[in-house]
Design a protein around this ligand. Structure first.
Ligand SMILES: [Zn+2]
Ligand SMILES: [Zn+2]
Length: 460
């Protein structure tokens, strides 16, 4: 059977959205169109229509709409081929639910619901296939973050587990089922406000659009496969989410929001961000943008250096670093190598100190030894080390951040001390720093901020 009116599939349009428009163009209720499809397809087959439709389903829709089978397939997640979030060829039409669970277990597969740019919905009412990817976080046409939740019913967009089509079809109303049977949320999704993208999240989304369009990206300065680019970003963003959830030192609003989402999640052993990433595109976007800023460095060395600030935030007291990251990372080649390289920083006190983010100080602002009155307020006692040595070490640590200072000897010389005294002091403190790193560096950062506010020449 062929329907009398056959609107063309729009570029990027998702299959469920197309079917709603097809029904509307033919004055059919979405329910009637589904009934027609159900004469050849099972309910289960319809349920996974937007993920990976079976060849039978594609032929049935093609017969009704006159659209090319390949174009219809491209309007689904499976249509991304090697760039799809999972290998959907493993979805078995005979047992879709069971086989889907195995596919979803690989992580970052949006099984139901989607995301949307409210401005795009307002402009043309077309839902994009790319919005069904967790990798997507924003709309580069409207420069804003996507939304994934309806503010009225508080449920994911298009949150129906039983039917791919919404009851009222192509309108911009939410139409999620409500608790009262037969009633639907009528919030206009085109009116939702979402945050503008930042420079960083926008750079990530532009790069993703480029990859999804089939262009070859660069990863750590080298040309890479699109699928590799996607999986490395996914892995590193997941690790960044894990580090953020485990570290109380959260400074950015998205990190606080991530912790809120983590406490709402019901995973028994804590959230597994590598399997189910943050639902909020805004939070996910910031984690992906952090990963992107590291993975776009020109070479692995500078990427490992950029990753050090994150590695230092992994709680040093809990578990060995390698176990900690191994449990939280899929086996991605680049990211694992980066983590191992960046992890050197935790074993070498000098590297750990230079990887710290500290305010910029001039040599004149750093005393050759931190006065005890100031040190006692901020620094922990270091076992086996006198306070005087600790205070001299703190001054040296700050001096290691001066331009052109790369060794302890140079740090001492910058403070007007003999170079070998710097090496001796650092050696005395290095053992204690293995166990007191976190409290010491935290105090050091506070000290540096205080010193940064003193004018050169008025050393405390
Ligand atoms: Zn848009
Ligand atoms: Zn709603």
């Amino acid at each position: 059977m062929r329907l009398p009116t056959r609107p063309p599939l729009q570029p990027g349009q998702a299959l469920d959205c197309y079917l709603e428009h097809l029904a509307e163009a033919n004055h059919l209720e979405p329910f009637d169109l589904l009934n027609v499809l159900q004469s050849t397809l099972s309910r289960e087959e319809l349920r996974y229509l937007t993920l990976a439709p079976s060849p039978t389903a594609l032929r049935a829709i093609s017969d009704l709409s006159g659209q090319d089978v390949g174009a219809l397939h491209a309007a689904t997640q499976a249509g991304y081929g090697p760039l799809a979030p999972a290998d959907f060829s493993r979805l078995e039409p005979a047992r879709p639910a069971a086989s889907y669970r195995a596919i979803a277990a690989t992580g970052w597969v949006m099984g139901h619901g989607t995301q949307a740019c409210p401005d795009c919905l307002a402009a043309h009412g077309t839902w994009q296939t790319s919005w069904m990817l967790y990798a997507s976080i924003g709309c580069t046409r409207h420069h804003r973050t996507l939304t994934a939740t309806c503010p009225r019913c508080q449920r994911p967009l298009r949150d129906s587990r039983h039917s791919p089509l919404r009851p009222h079809g192509a309108s911009t109303a939410c139409q999620n089922p409500q608790d009262v049977r037969g009633q639907h949320c009528l919030h206009n999704l085109a009116t939702i406000t979402t945050p503008a993208m930042t420079t960083e999240t926008s750079a990530y989304q532009h790069a993703l659009d480029h990859v999804l369009a089939g262009h070859r990206p660069r990863l750590l300065g080298q040309p890479a496969q699109g699928a590799t680019w996607l999986s490395e970003h996914r892995a590193l963003a997941s690790l960044i989410c894990h580090i953020t959830t485990h570290n109380p030192d959260r400074t950015q609003p998205w990190q606080t929001a991530l912790l809120d989402e983590a406490t709402r999640r019901t995973d028994v052993r804590g959230p597994r961000w590598g399997i189910t990433p943050p639902a909020s595109p805004w939070i996910r976007g910031h984690a992906l943008a952090e990963a992107h800023s590291i993975l776009t460095r020109p070479d692995p060395d500078s990427a490992a250096h950029a990753l050090q600030a994150w590695i230092l935030r992994i709680p040093s007291s809990t578990e060995a670093l390698t176990t900690w990251t191994r449990d939280r990372l899929p086996t991605n080649h680049h990211v694992t190598a980066l983590v191992n390289a960046a992890a050197l920083v935790r074993r070498r006190p000098g590297r750990r100190i230079t990887a710290l983010a500290l305010p910029e100080l001039s040599a004149e602002q750093i005393p050759w030894i931190i006065p005890e009155t100031l040190a006692a307020r901020h620094l922990p006692a270091l076992p086996g080390v006198t306070n005087r040595t600790r205070n001299a070490y703190a001054a040296l640590c700050l001096a290691r951040h001066l331009p052109d200072v790369t060794t302890w000897a140079q740090a001492a010389e910058a403070l007007g001390l003999p170079g070998d005294s710097g090496i001796r002091t650092a050696r005395l403190c290095s053992a204690a720093m293995r166990t007191h790193h976190d409290t010491f560096t935290h105090g050091l950062a506070t000290l540096a901020r205080q010193l940064a506010n003193t004018s050169p020449g008025s050393r405390p």
